[in-house]
Design a binder for this molecule. Structure first.
Ligand SMILES: *Cc1c(COP(=O)(O)O)cnc(C)c1O
Length: 428
């Protein structure tokens, strides 16, 4: 069993006695790479240090939120200041209004927004809202898109494109899963067939604006536009899940890059500055269906708490100042070096990148959807992962995750990483 260090190994054994699988979120258990995780002692900038004293250049950034790098002074100082005046009130505070104003200013499709505590809550609530607003029950999602772990969304495709979904987790009632239609991504014909069959029963399509939880996959030209036009035509809502892409790829996320206007959008990760935050927003007429204005119930004891809002605002402020361009510049530097290296080595691969998000696939198949992502050389990935970890480079412990570069990364960090990649690939 691969394991990073003796202290981490011991702690993981202890954790397993008191927590299922030793972790509070499954991917952290390193099952996809047949091993055990390291435990973090501290993290700063582009680096994390484990309890055995080993340091890694980190390409996870807490799975997306830490876009400024770890423990940035601006967020630490903000938290210190704000906490002095109270941590949570459960009554309106100034920070939550500022945060809502900022989101409405940056994302043109969002006229009103509601804050919550995770990406899962955001998508779950947006779907309830879409159902309440349209008076319809059915939902379309795409195979390979992840939207958190609520019941309607842990659904796998049925045997045919039009069959109803099956629960993808024990504990999800079949009756819920049946309301979710799971379609292949990037397949216009499947989408058109679903709407031709049951178009007037569909409340919404939910889609990761750029799918980034089963590798990083891009929409074919015209595909997102088709999602927009077909939902409009059939009176369904279009929900963009920008929990990962929002505030990472620019002020308005993918919808800004692609110039599209969804009815509702979901956010998380970057807007919380590393604290637990989610948000969903969109058309005012739809959002006003939420309680207390409307009949769709949604609430949260800690929603909009001043610490989380202030941390998020501090993070967005830094992004605005130092620019999304810098992140793209770092991403481009990394991409150029990596492409050159992989071509020289003759390793069959595909590489997708947008801004500071990237994914390397060990396959030469064109990446259209999750079926192609599944064709990777998993054994090669495992060896590559452990080789990199051993040399102090921490990439995601799964071939289905997207990598993140932060503003704390430097060109020398990226070049050091590429040297390690070169060495590891030479040995396997
Ligand atoms: C991470 C993620 C979620 C879930 O967010 P949590 O905060 O983990 O609940 C939902 N959608 C997408 C696209 C994500 O990347």
């Amino acid at each position: 069993m691969n394991s990073p260090g003796p202290l981490s190994k011991k702690m993981f054994a202890a954790a397993n006695l008191v927590t299922p699988g030793g972790v509070n979120s499954p991917v952290r258990a390193f099952k996809n790479v047949d091993g055990e995780p390291f435990f973090v002692r501290r993290a700063k900038g582009s680096r994390v240090e484990d309890i055995d004293g080993k340091t890694y250049i980190d390409y996870i950034g807490s799975w997306g939120p830490n876009i400024l790098g770890h423990a940035p002074a601006v967020i630490i100082n903000t938290l210190h200041e704000v906490a002095k005046d109270g941590i949570s009130f459960g009554i309106p505070n100034l920070f939550e209004v500022k945060m809502a104003q900022k989101i409405v200013e940056w994302v043109p499709s969002v006229e009103k927004v509601r804050m919550c505590n995770s990406g899962t809550e955001a998508t779950m609530s947006a779907i309830r809202l879409a159902r309440g607003f349209t008076g319809r029950d059915k939902l379309i999602k795409f195979d390979g898109c992840y939207h958190g772990h609520s019941d309607s969304l842990l659904v796998a495709a049925g045997s045919g494109a039009l069959t109803q979904g099956n629960p993808d987790s024990a504990g999800v009632p079949k009756a819920f899963a049946e309301k979710t239609i799971v379609l292949p991504y990037n397949d216009p014909a499947a989408l058109e067939a679903a709407f031709a069959a049951v178009g007037d029963e569909i409340a919404a399509i939910i889609v990761e604006s750029y799918p980034a939880n089963a590798g990083l996959v891009f929409p074919k030209p015209g595909y997102l536009e088709l999602l927009r036009s077909i939902t409009k035509k059939h009176g369904a809502l279009l929900i963009f899940d920008e929990v990962m892409t929002g505030f990472r790829l620019g002020k308005a996320g993918v919808q800004g890059l692609e110039n599209l206007t969804p009815d509702l959008s979901c956010f998380g990760k970057v807007i919380g500055g590393g604290l637990p935050v989610g948000a969903f927003g969109g058309r005012a007429d739809v959002m006003d269906f939420l309680a207390p204005n409307g009949p769709v119930y949604q609430a949260g004891t800690l929603s909009g708490n001043p610490l989380a809002m202030a941390a998020g605002l501090a993070q967005l402020g830094e992004l605005e100042k130092r620019g999304f361009e810098r992140l793209d510049q770092l991403g481009a530097h990394f991409e150029a070096g990596l492409r050159k290296l992989l071509d020289e080595k003759g390793v069959p691969h595909r590489f997708n990148r947008v801004g500071s998000m990237f994914c390397l696939f060990f396959t030469d198949r064109e990446i259209v959807n999750v079926k192609d992502v599944m064709q990777q050389d998993l054994e090669l990935f495992r060896k590559f992962f452990w080789g990199c970890l051993d040399k102090g480079i921490y990439i995601a412990p799964s071939p289905y995750e997207t990598g993140f570069i932060s503003l704390a990364h430097t060109e020398p960090d990226l070049d050091d990483t590429l040297s390690v990649f070169e060495e590891v690939l030479r040995k396997i």
